[in-house]
Design a protein around this ligand. Structure first.
Ligand code: URA
Length: 300
């Protein structure tokens, strides 16, 4: 070792300050040395599912059908079903055609399928968060589910694995859902922002504004019966309400899609907030009972 240890400590501190808090590889990579050109990361979803070795690999997202296939040939799974038939065996992968992007338009606009939307997000150029992200975190769960959960933005674990809510807050979310008999095969999960903000800082107004058409289109393509909005950012972005999350949580409100349809929407506390303020846990259990009662009332 030729340099005193405190220099390395300073370098690590500098990285931490810049938001770098996870190593992506065991060996360093010199980005100044020319390497083979990087290929675009898009693969049709069936191929991704086949090659995915990460947790939740059996989720339906890997074999996502187009929405028209869903409504024609599949029974909609019940909100409170503890499992649903594997979509891999139920659906044929449709041929993939990249979305048409008109200059000046947001890339979400012409996406007619979830595959196209994922492609548009993975190739987005309007938000710098994508440059630092390891993965575009698209979604997890069952795209034919009645319940769609929407969080804020991926954290370090989600960025590393490419799936929403797979870190500590995701484990807590799974526990919360299990109290009313729901698991990831009977819901669908996404985020307002698909790329990790460095250092887990809150997304900026400009980042939220750029990502909004993606999540709006995502909701329109999935057509859930109810949205569960996890935390203040999801609530403020999608419901445009001035009231704070503690006031709105547990209420069945309405989200209006771009085309004017209304979908039930229930705000609840974000699992990360519960981890920081465990005394508020009881409120989330209450909200889960409200969701369960809503699903019984609405026969979902
Ligand atoms: N927090 C979020 O809001 N989303 C994730 O995917 C993970 C943590």
């Amino acid at each position: 070792m030729t340099e005193p240890l405190h220099n390395y400590a300073q370098i690590l501190d500098w990285y931490r300050t810049c938001g770098v808090d996870a190593a992506l590889s065991d060996v360093p990579r010199d980005h100044y040395v020319a390497t083979a050109p990087v290929k675009l990361s898009f693969k049709p979803m069936a191929m991704q599912a086949a090659s995915n070795t990460e947790p939740h690999k059996e989720s339906a997202i890997g074999t996502m059908p187009s929405q028209s296939n869903v409504s024609q040939s599949a029974p909609t799974p019940s909100v409170l079903a503890t499992s649903s038939p594997s979509l891999a065996t139920t659906f044929k992968m449709p041929d993939f055609t990249p979305p048409v992007v008109t200059a000046g338009d947001h890339p979400a606009l012409n996406c007619e399928t979830l595959e196209q939307l994922r492609y548009a997000m993975e190739n987005a150029t309007g938000c710098d968060l994508i440059k630092a992200a390891t993965h575009t975190v698209f979604a997890d769960g069952n795209p034919a589910a009645d319940v769609m959960l929407i969080g804020e933005a991926p954290g370090a674990d989600e960025d590393r694995l490419g799936q929403p809510f797979v870190g500590q807050s995701g484990q807590l979310l799974d526990t919360i859902l299990a109290t009313i008999g729901i698991d990831r095969s009977s819901i669908y999960i996404s985020n307002i922002i698909p790329w990790r903000p460095p250092g887990n800082r809150p997304p900026t107004v400009a980042e939220v504004a750029y990502c909004l058409p993606f999540i709006q289109r995502h909701i329109e393509l999935v057509q859930p019966k109810i949205l569960i909005l996890l935390g203040g950012v999801a609530v403020k972005t999608l419901l445009n309400r001035g009231d704070g999350i503690l006031k709105l949580r547990g209420q069945i409100l309405e989200y209006t899609t771009k085309s004017g349809a209304t979908i039930a929407a229930m705000p609840t506390l974000h699992p990360s907030y519960i981890m920081r303020s465990p005394s508020q846990k009881a409120l989330v259990w209450k909200d889960m009972l409200t969701l369960k009662a809503w699903s019984v009332l609405n026969n979902k």
